[in-house]
Design a protein around this ligand. Sequence first.
Ligand code: ADP
Length: 598
Amino acid sequence: MSEAQDYQRTRPISEILMRLLSFVRPHRRRMGGVVILMFITSIASLIAPTLVRQAIDRGLEQRDQDALMMFAFAFLAVKIIEVVGLRFQMFNMIWIGQHAIMKVRENLFFKYLDLHMGYYDHNRVGDMMARITEDSNSLQNFITWGVINTISNTFTLIGIVGLMLFYNWSLALLTFTILPAMIGLTLWWRKRSEVRYRAVREAVGQVSATLQESLTGMRIVQAFVREYRERERFSGVATTELTASLRSDQLASIYMPGIDIISQVGVAIVLGVGGFRVINGDMSAGTLVAFLLYLEMFFNPIRDLAMRLDQFQEASAAGDRILNVLDTESDIQDVPDARDLPVLTGTVEMRDVSFKYIIPENEAKTGKDDAHVLHEINLKVEPGQMVALVGHTGAGKSTLVRLLGRFYEPQAGTILFDGHDICRATLKSLREQMAWVPQDTGLFATTVKENLQYGRPDATDAQIEAAARETGAHEFIAALPKGYETDVEEGGSRLSAGQRQLISFTRALLADPAIIVLDEATSSVDTVTELQMQAALGKLLEGRTSFVIAHRLSTITRADQVVVMDHGRIIEHGTHEELIAQGGHYYDLYTTQLQGGE
Ligand code: ADP
């Protein structure tokens, strides 16, 4: 399930409304127009039965044809105003809703772009997407339909009650005796349906979770021949959803007819008691008809308001969750007096750097408070040097390089690039001088060219090709069906792991950074490609300071410094030869893993 179903709001409703109002505020003139239209259409709808009353009492009763014609035309005119007005009102509300929600979506996405990596460690992509899709939709529905309809329904309802009391207060009061039954039934329905509706939502969540699991893991499912089990599982949750939906509909099939019958009781009361008064001459026939028409109009707003309550609850929860995102501050920001880094030569120094990941309170496991991942790291790298980081999984290699890119900030110690503390530099100037080559290549589903340009959008075709020639990627790219314009996804099956790596290398080379961070792919490539990769790697790292999370001996041996890490500490440090001569951890690693791996 994507998240807790019973969402607990963290803000008062008034705050949510006020904050979200800011998204509608730019459209306040249009909104004002809609409110005026709303009053006009509501008044038109309230006038119509009165005109029918006049047509009957003055036209029919007194056999006055002119009056009859006049009221018939007036009725038509009022109805046209109502219908056209309603149309305009709806169109404008949809317009406002769409515009406001687009801004909400933009704000959310821009916020996501700004948020620090730690946020992404603790939030699931599905949940983050739900803010921009589902929650934004609930909000849009509410803005478009909820707000104005609630105002206009309330207004119309008050108008109807007032007019009924005005025309015949005793009959009106008699008619209103059905209200307690109606309200009672509605309350009962709301209470019961809430429970059942929640069951439906849970079941729907189960279905999509199951679906997602099976689809993303289809390779494993088929490889282990577990289609049968997946079929059972899916049928199971689908049946649960079916039952839950039917049970929820069952309630509606009691409520809806119930309300209809109660309202017909009202009609019968008006017809019987009112008709009796007409016969006795206490009331005009026109008033009776007007009463019946008002009664008809009376139930719609009530039903509508009962349903809006759900919409309102949903929208306030959605609004709250959206505000939670918008109010999140990035942990990593430029300090007030941040300076741009100058063009770097590539000296990197880590002084007594200690770091632990900050785990949100609700996820923290007790008793494991001081979970430092890096302990007092000291390291000095000269411009153009290559550092190979080696050590077991979990030793802290990736964490160390993430600190260099300031994706996280150390709790203690400083990191200096050319003598400048990176925590006091602007993020932009820092990251623009670094390039990352991730293990999984991190290519986007677009053309080879756009992928290559990612780190340097203004690179010309000639520059792109020159870089590709240097890494040796040009040959195979040129041989692709559309050359540089080939989509990497559509070619996804055609591009080998090695080729994707070469594209990733070329992208980094084109960005021309002073510092490179490379997480070497662990998957083995064939020997020819291996040589090609090593040559490309040589080109890429030439003259730049580089940090390589290394898995291959051939990479490690060319490094100027080999840093051996264990449990967040640097336990050995030197060149390959020096470390072999030492006969320590690295020597063990070399004899057991690295040597055999080549
Ligand atoms: P390596 O790259 O050497 O395999 P890592 O730097 O990935 O090691 O991990 C070091 C330690 O930090 C591990 O114990 C790991 O569980 C923990 N760790 C890594 N990433 C995170 C994270 N995003 N949040 C919390 N703990 C993490």
